[in-house]
Ligand binder design. Structure first.
Ligand code: SF4
Length: 425
């Protein structure tokens, strides 16, 4: 006998009547994404509600063994409904579903149960995935929408990486952020007219974006260069990592946030790795092979544009990251962020961002294996690497997290002073 509880489905009609709420993760990328969804006929709202209410609501409606990213995203959505700002009879929620082996594949079911328990059984949940899991007839990822969504991720990476390399040195405070806003408006305008997301247009836009950041007046002085790696949600989401980026900026650091494209390439490549290691379907090879090729083109456009100006550091491409994992961790290790997380630490150490915060949800086994547990190995290869692993969960005190990062930064500053003095001799 089936124990499945029936749940409401997002229908064609709801497309006109319902507002779709989705949790924020990476600010620039998701602001672009919201505009694309709006232009595609959905009423989409990016959630930005924060505070202790979010995590306490999450703790109330999901089991305390559940991953912190699930607890926060579910808490954020239910507390948004509880504010009364959204009519539950005209609201839908969207969550990504990876379809991989890790617990993130169950977040959608957890959200549905939480909605029932919180008194919102009528709210449909849309699962955002490319595997055809959990169909929502009113929400279709058409080919043009998919291409625009991928373009949002590629443009988002480019804007994020360039902004992080310009903002700490800008002469006029706020100019970099204004430039980011200007590009979000410009790109969204292009998408609205059906332009801006084919490879040709992206190459042109990427070049213009890089030039505009190159032209921001700056004064480049030595600063502590810090990288951030970790579980994807905790790494990027200010809600989850207690505004880590903002904190590092206040500490006068230049930050390198590895891009989302690398994670997408990893997600497309890992089923191929399975086939290589264990055998599998020909169709997987073909489909994922096509996806990998396509994403690699996006990645190349972003990296080529950054490389146009020598003052910018170009992050390693996915292929290089995979090479860097060699000798540290097997590329069959692919739960959570898997070997990619280890490779990103190695890459940051190689590219001058060896002061690294490894942000991980407390109790996240995959990322403790590929993150915290790999630090000693990474340090053996890169003795200068200065890495701190920080756990995030509802019980972790922000002041303790920041004090541990400050300790890492004090070592980074000493190293920087020594290098600057040695260069001046
Ligand atoms: S990677 Fe970690 S946080 Fe994400 S689903 Fe797996 S266990 Fe949970």
């Amino acid at each position: 006998m089936s124990t499945r509880v029936p749940h409401p489905v997002f229908t064609e009609e709801m497309r006109k009547t319902h507002t779709i709420l989705f949790p924020n993760m990476v600010d620039i990328h998701f602001r672009l994404l919201q505009n694309v969804l709006e232009q595609s006929g959905y009423h989409a709202r990016l959630l930005t509600n924060e505070g202790s209410q979010v995590s306490s609501t999450g703790q109330k409606y999901v089991h305390n063994d559940t991953c912190y990213p699930a607890l926060l995203t579910i808490g954020q959505m239910i507390s948004a409904l509880e504010t009364g700002g959204y009519d539950p009879d005209r609201t839908a929620l969207v969550l990504p579903q990876t379809g991989g082996g890790c617990r993130a594949s169950n977040y959608v079911s957890l959200l549905r149960k939480a909605l029932r328990d919180a008194g919102y059984p009528q709210v449909p949940v849309i699962s955002l995935n490319l595997q055809g899991l959990d169909d929502s007839p009113g929400f279709k990822i058409t080919l043009p929408l998919l291409r625009k969504m991928l373009a949002c991720m590629a443009y988002g990476d480019l804007l994020m990486i360039l902004a992080n390399q310009v903002r700490p040195y800008e002469l006029q405070s706020g100019q970099t952020d204004q430039l980011v806003d200007q590009w979000i408006r410009e790109l969204s305008g292009q998408f609205e007219t059906g332009a801006g997301y084919d490879l040709h247009a992206m190459k042109r836009n990427d070049g213009l974006i890089a030039r505009s950041f190159h032209e921001v007046p700056v004064r480049r002085v030595p600063k502590v260069k810090t990288g951030v790696v970790g579980e994807i949600y905790v790494k990027y989401s200010a809600l989850a990592n207690n505004h880590l980026e903002e904190f590092l900026r206040q500490q006068d650091c230049e930050i390198m946030m590895p891009g989302i494209m690398q994670f997408l390439l990893y997600a497309a490549d890992m089923p191929l790795e399975d086939v290589r290691l264990y055998g599998g379907k020909k169709s997987t090879q073909v489909l994922n092979g096509v996806m990998l090729t396509y994403l690699t083109k996006y990645e190349s456009l972003v990296m080529d544009a950054i490389g146009l100006y020598p003052e910018f550091t170009v992050p390693a491409r996915y292929r290089r990251l995979k090479e860097l994992a060699g000798g540290l961790i097997g590329t069959g290790c692919k739960m959570g962020e898997g070997w990619l997380l280890t490779a990103e630490m190695a890459e940051l150490a190689e590219s001058g961002y060896g002061n690294i915060v490894c942000a991980q949800p407390f109790g996240c086994l995959p990322n403790h294996i590929a993150g915290k547990a790999m630090i000693a190995k990474v340090r053996r290869r890169y003795p200068e690497a200065n890495i701190v692993a920080i756990d995030y969960d509802p019980g972790a005190a922000r002041v303790n997290q920041e004090n541990r990062i400050k300790l890492m930064l004090s070592i980074a500053r000493e190293n920087l002073q020594q290098r600057t003095a040695a260069a001046a001799d």
